[in-house]
Design a protein around this ligand. Sequence first.
Ligand code: ADP
Length: 475
Amino acid sequence: MSARVLFAAGEALPFSKTGGLADVAYALPRALVRAGLDARVLTIAYRGALDRLRDARPLTELDVRGQRMRVWEGTVDDSGLRAWLLDHPPLYGRAGSPYVDEHGHEHGDNAWRFGCFSEAIAKLALGVNGVGWRPQLVHLNDWHTGLAALWLGRSAPRPATVFTIHNLAYQGVFARHEFDALGLPPEEWHPEAVEFYGGFSFMKAGLLRSDAITTVSPTYAQEIQTPTFGERLDGVLRVRAGMLRGIVNGIDAQTWNPAADPLLFQTYDGGTVDSGKRANKRGLQAQLGLEVSDARPLFGFIGRLAPQKGADLLLEVREAFARGGAQLALLGAGDRGLEEAFRAWASTAPDSVAVHVGYDETLAHRIEAGADFFMMPSRYEPCGLNQMYSQRYGTVPIVHRTGGLRDTVSDLTGILFDHADAGGVRYALSRAFELFAEPARLRAMSARGMARDFDWSVAARQYVELYEGLARPRA
Ligand code: ADP
């Protein structure tokens, strides 16, 4: 099959990134191209993004709600993957990240910014602007693209649509006046359409109006059909259960390869893992000002400091860390209160706890390689990437048995615990300390993790199968 697939996302590496979606929006289309598909990425030209588009040339101009927007075409890297970037500086060229300003506040016009993006996706997919290449299938991602499913659903003929949930908690719910400003048809303001508890929801539009829904792990696909994880959309998801499946993300096996990772203190593979990890642990301890010691178990944490990720639980078990002689290397940013609390902890125990607030790719790689254990006490986790990186790097992941963590970590390659609370984490820590005291067992677990295959080709095959069942013209 050489289907033409347009892959649309509100963030995509190498142009932008706030989280796992950007990794997926880079790696999956590349894997689709490798699998023989004619896939292209469509994302937004945030400030500076066009500098990273290779061989950039203007593709077309679009009229979106009275605004003249530019679309640039170019290549992403040497893989041959092509990208289209929607460029309109008044909306997208601002300081800050894709969704928030430089002070961490949501842009006040996000409904308009992503509503316009969604409409642009639909227009480009329908080829309204004389662009020769038209997709047979549009793959939409998260709420930023949800209204594209609605616009496409109202058009005929049209390409098929797949909508992927990367995180159901972020839904894009806005007020009636935004609905009107975006020119949405009045009949869509209905509980069985996009109306949602007095506002309207981009996410709900994606769920109701796409031809198929996926999410990023089979367990999360089940969980989101329950009130506990369903974020008030579990009912919609149960109705559409027949169209919903979970496909676990892969990892970028080139960027995350301990045998050829230029960011490490020392590269290693299965044969040199003992000395390699020792060197990386020492290097990391030294870089972070921790006591340099092989004898102390070193735990890593990388991620957004948000309730989802459960970093607060680590603060609750400080004594357990101390009793076990453990060290912690934490890299993350987000909630200001949590940032402060972790800094305060580090200042009372600088030999044992290192906290780096911010975003740091190099340090992320070094923590993955240098830690003995990697903590992911997420309360929920659609897929999660770091637990896969950990296994590849011979680092034992410690995860809450939920979502993608449950689907990618087994009792043979990591430590799973059942309750995302202090008791659960304490239990997991005690298991980790036991394991650390038995190096042969720890090594065996680490080796089994390193031997696992998390390559994107596995996921790409499942997406291709899904597309094949959908990609025909819709009358
Ligand atoms: P989410 O998308 O929910 O934030 P994921 O685990 O799916 O979580 O993906 C997060 C990605 O961002 C991972 O690649 C992770 O390593 C990276 N990351 C998160 N925080 C940081 C940080 N402070 N510094 C470097 N990388 C980070």
